[in-house]
Each structure stands twice: as structure tokens, then as C-alpha cells.
Design a protein around this ligand. Structure first.
Ligand code: GLU
Length: 564
């Protein structure tokens, strides 16, 4: 009887567990993006002979329509580009900047205490100067092939003809209680009448204002976004909600070309985005710490392997909190933080036995002559999106793009959402008399966690492109996926599917409803404070394997992989 019951239980479990789908493969080109319609637009451009950057522009324009809760032209992004002909990796920074008018007390209440995140993120106060269009234009100048104007055609068509609202878009509209109190957002995402009802999943949503904005940008280039009627509309919309974005802020915005941060891992070279995101440096720190342990000989569900991953993450987050900020304004010891010698020294704090449960303290990567900083305090709600593309010539992009919280500041202009990225600054400019490196300042870029990543094999050939949304958890999602790919040789989909484990130098978050739940007592015994958490990673990635492209998309959101 007992036996029969357990056989039935196993059968039910097998029946209930989602099918293990193989990674998608292709020969010529591939796009992995957070929404099927965006991926289709990217593939359409690749089929026309467009480059990875051309396709990324088409994908981003569509994402701003169909996944407006996550990214759009009113937000910011980071893009890593691999140029197959010159064998060079370039980092493009389209992060928002703080308007000239901001002061260090931007997010302080009159009593000098930091505002609550939920009070701060909606409205004009949190809007930074959007960087996506300037960044894409800069990348297109260098790596584009098809005419700029052509790349907006799929998004313009979809905005005018409409698209079916996805389950996740419906969910996110319903999850943001203040969204309907913003007039433009109400007009686009709610049905007319009282009380406002979120548009239904499956309903056809049109956004003619967005189509009109895209037409202006398509024909006028980035100038049509940063000056003229669109700029005016953004400034007025932000001012009406109490913010200080100016025409000069917009006209003066500059996307930046930067050098990627790269470090070896198990014979591969892993490249990420430098500051103002912490993503690249912190992911490389986690890997650099793990390099000191025999991870490849451990299984993906080994408690020892996951215990090491969690401790590496704790140490890396301790450094992140103290040192990382906009390196154009603050001195960030990027080289010291990612140096294998420093990380080997720091890895001595890791153990396969019971760890010290107290939060890790930051290390001293170099003799820091500069300021004695206080650790940054993060607060964010997850949104954001990731796109990976490899084109027919072997060029690749890895782009993570964001309006910060779901639907950003909720303020809209020209049919698109304006970001609330300034909430990625530390709300308190100083703590206990010590300055915070990531404090608010005019023209400064708030610290990000976005971690678009490219990996190269031993011969220097492109091996993988990946990244994820998820706020500060992005770092853990990307690091764990890289360990899956590089230590355990999982295929892209299997690495993305790994049950997630995150430690941001606080509790150990285990993905609820996965095999990790059963391991919780063992992590507790090793000194972790365990929490079960639902997980909303949205990893997209492509791997080059035996001359073929193999893609994966995170089933926890709506991403897909398309290729030919
Ligand atoms: N604003 C965050 C960042 O730049 C991303 C938010 C998210 O992924 O939800 O790191």
C-alpha cells in the first residue's frame, strides 16, 4: 500500500513538473528577448541582413510598447558589443543622469530621514535623463548597417495596429496601485470609466502617441528625442509631477563608450559592464572568489557548491556596497576589486564548513587613499529586461535595459514611460557622518546592478551572451547561470532553469517551489538565515557551441529565443 502510494506520488510529480525543454538552436543568427513580439522584430531585422545592433534597436523599440513595465526609450540601458571582424568588445553606457538641479537631499524627508521607497519612486522627483536612444544611436553609428529609420518600422506598425496584452503586462498593471492616477498611463493601460479597470489580458492595446514619437525619432535621429517637441513634452510631464528635469539636461545628455571589465574564469574570459553599474565588477568578484574552489567537481545541486556560491556573493556584495558608484565622479578601485590576487586572499574567508553568520565586511582591495565611505543602501522593485543577439556575421550584443521599477516613475510623455532610475542612488547622502559613494549629485549616474555579459573561449572566440533583470538580484542570477555554463557545462536553457539561490550579504534566498526547499535545513546548519522567495529572474542568453547557436529564455517571465 505504502509502495503503491509512493509510486502514485512520483507519477504525479513527474506529471506536474514542467517538461524539460531542450535549448533552441540555430545556424545563422539568433535573438533572445523578453517578449515574443520583440524577438520577432529582431529576427525580421536579422533576416534583412541587419547587424546585432540594428536588431537590438528594433527589439528595444518594440519592448517599450509590449513590455513597458520593464524598459523603454524613457529609460536607460547598458550594451556590450562584440565586433567579430576587429575582435573587439566595447561597452556602451546609456545610464540615466541626474538633472543639474538635484541636491543631495533629493530623497530625504524634511526631518532629514530617507523617504520610503514607495513614496519616492512615482512622480517627477525620481526621473533621470533617459539614455537609451543616445546609446543606441552611438552604437548604430559604429556597428549599424541598415538605415536607422528602418529599425523603428516594426514597433510603429505594432503601436498603430495594436498587440494582445500579455498575462504579465496585465499582472504588472494590476500590481501598481498608483498607475491609474497618472493621466497618460490611465489612458493607455486602463479601460475608460470609473473606477479604472486594467486592460484585460488578450485585449488589443494600441499606442498611437508612441507610434508618433517613434516616427519623429526614426526620421530625426536622437536630436528629435533630446530637443524639440518630444523634449518639451518630457520636461512638462516631469514638472507637472514635481520634478526638475530641464531642456538643458536633455540636450546635454551623452551616452558613453567605455572599456569592458574582463577577468579569466576556468580558462574562459568573462566580460561585463564597468561602473556606473556594479553588475560587471560584482559578478567578476563572485567568479574570482569561486575560482579558488573546485566547483567543476561539484554537482549543480551540491550543498557545498551552493554554500560556496552564497559566501562568494556575500563577500562581493560587501565590497559592492562600499566602493561602487559612478566612476566618472567617484574613485572606484575596479582593478583592485577584480584582481585575482585580492580575490584569492579574500577567498580564505570562505569555508565548506559552518560559516560566520554575521554580514561580511568589505575588504581593502588597494590601499585606499581616498574617502572613508559608508555602505550604500539599496531599495528597488524588480522590472527591467535583457536582450542577447548574435547576427549572421558573428557580431553579438548583450543589452540590459530598464525603466527601474515597474512602469518607472509612472509619468508618461509621448506614449512612453519615464524612468524612476534616480531611486538607485543611496537615499541618505551620508551615514553616521561618512559619505556614501553612491550619493545623489548633479549629472551623476545612479549605481546599477545590470550585468550584461559576454564570454569568450580559450581561443578568444565568442562563447556566450547573457544577462537578466531583477534589481540587485541580477548579480546573483547572472553569476549562478555562468557557473552553470562554465563549471558544469550545462546548456543555456538548463543553466537558466537552475533553481535560484541569492545572497546579497543578508538572508540566503532560495527559490520557492524548487528542489532547494528540501535543502533548507542543511543551509541553516551551515550558518545561513534561509528565506524562501518567489523568483522573477528573466535571463536570456545565447551560447555558441560546435559552430551552432543555442539559446535559452527564462520561463519565469515571457522571454523567447528565435533564430534561423
Ligand atoms: N534599476 C535597477 C538597476 O539598474 C534594475 C531594476 C531591475 O532590474 O528591476 O540595477
Amino acid at each position: 500500500m505504502r509502495m503503491a502510494r509512493s509510486i502514485i506520488a512520483v507519477w504525479v510529480l513527474l506529471w506536474l513538473s514542467p517538461p524539460v525543454d531542450a535549448a533552441v538552436t540555430a545556424q545563422r543568427h539568433m535573438v533572445a528577448a523578453g517578449h515574443p513580439l520583440a524577438a520577432q522584430a529582431g529576427r525580421e531585422i536579422l533576416r534583412k541582413g541587419g547587424t546585432a545592433v540594428d536588431a537590438a534597436i528594433a527589439v528595444q523599440a518594440v519592448l517599450g510598447l509590449v513590455e513597458p513595465q520593464s524598459s523603454g526609450i524613457g529609460g536607460g540601458a547598458f550594451l556590450l558589443h562584440w565586433d567579430q571582424a576587429s575582435r573587439q568588445t566595447t561597452a556602451y553606457d546609456g545610464r540615466e543622469t541626474a538633472p543639474a538641479s538635484v541636491t543631495p537631499d533629493l530623497f530625504l524627508n524634511p526631518d532629514g530621514q530617507p523617504m520610503g521607497f514607495r513614496d519616492a519612486f512615482t512622480g517627477g522627483r525620481s526621473v533621470g535623463v533617459p539614455g537609451v536612444i543616445a546609446m543606441l544611436a552611438l552604437a548604430h553609428e559604429r556597428h549599424g548597417k541598415l538605415p536607422w529609420a528602418e529599425l523603428f518600422a516594426p514597433a510603429i506598425k505594432l503601436s498603430e495596429e495594436g498587440f494582445p496584452v500579455s498575462a504579465r503586462l496585465r499582472l504588472m498593471i494590476g500590481a501598481m496601485p498608483k498607475l491609474s492616477s497618472f493621466a497618460q498611463a490611465r489612458a493607455v493601460y486602463f479601460t475608460p470609466g470609473e473606477p479604472p479597470q486594467a486592460v484585460a489580458a488578450g485585449a488589443i492595446l494600441r499606442n498611437p502617441d508612441y507610434a508618433q514619437s517613434l516616427r519623429m525619432i526614426a526620421s530625426g535621429g536622437p536630436r528629435a528625442f533630446y530637443t524639440g517637441p518630444l523634449a518639451q513634452a518630457m520636461v512638462e510631464a516631469v514638472a507637472a509631477q514635481g520634478g526638475g528635469l530641464s531642456l538643458d539636461d536633455l540636450a546635454g545628455y551623452q551616452a558613453k563608450q567605455r572599456s569592458p571589465v574582463c577577468a579569466p574564469y576556468r580558462g574562459y574570459k568573462v566580460c561585463g559592464m564597468p561602473p556606473p553599474t556594479s553588475g560587471g565588477v560584482t559578478v567578476l568578484q563572485i567568479l574570482g572568489l569561486l575560482e579558488n574552489f573546485e566547483m567543476p567537481s561539484l554537482a549543480p545541486d551540491s550543498v557545498v557548491a551552493l554554500h560556496l556560491l552564497a559566501q562568494a556573493s556575500r563577500l562581493a556584495f560587501a565590497d559592492r556596497g562600499l566602493y561602487l558608484a559612478d566612476s566618472d565622479i567617484v574613485d572606484v578601485p575596479v582593478k583592485g576589486l577584480t584582481s585575482p590576487r585580492y580575490l584569492a586572499r579574500r577567498a580564505q574567508r570562505m569555508t565548506i564548513g559552518r560559516m560566520d553568520s554575521a554580514p561580511a565586511l568589505a575588504g581593502r582591495p588597494v590601499r585606499h587613499a581616498g574617502i572613508d565611505y559608508a555602505p550604500n543602501v539599496d531599495g528597488a522593485l524588480p522590472s527591467t529586461t535583457h536582450v542577447s543577439i548574435i547576427d549572421g556575421q558573428g557580431n553579438a550584443i548583450s543589452m540590459t535595459s530598464s525603466v527601474e521599477a515597474p512602469f518607472g516613475s509612472h509619468v508618461m510623455a509621448g506614449g512612453f514611460i519615464l524612468n524612476n532610475q534616480l531611486t538607485d542612488f543611496s537615499f541618505a547622502p551620508q551615514i553616521d557622518g561618512r559619505p556614501v559613494a553612491n550619493a545623489v549629485a548633479p549629472h551623476k549616474r545612479p549605481l546599477s546592478s545590470m550585468a550584461p555579459t559576454l564570454v569568450f573561449d580559450k581561443a578568444g572566440a565568442l562563447y556566450a551572451s547573457l544577462g537578466s533583470p531583477g534589481g540587485t538580484r541580477i548579480i546573483g542570477y547572472v553569476a549562478q547561470t555562468l557557473v552553470g555554463l562554465l563549471d558544469w557545462n550545462l546548456d543555456m536553457q538548463a543553466a537558466i532553469d537552475l533553481p535560484r539561490l541569492i545572497d546579497r550579504n543578508g538572508p540566503l534566498e532560495l527559490e520557492a517551489g524548487t528542489t532547494l526547499e528540501a535543502l533548507a535545513p542543511r543551509f541553516t546548519a551551515l550558518g545561513h538565515r534561509v528565506e524562501m522567495q518567489p523568483t522573477f529572474s528573466g535571463i536570456q542568453g545565447i551560447r555558441v557551441i560546435a559552430g551552432k547557436l543555442e539559446g535559452g529564455a527564462d520561463k519565469r517571465r515571457e522571454g523567447v529565443v528565435l533564430g534561423d
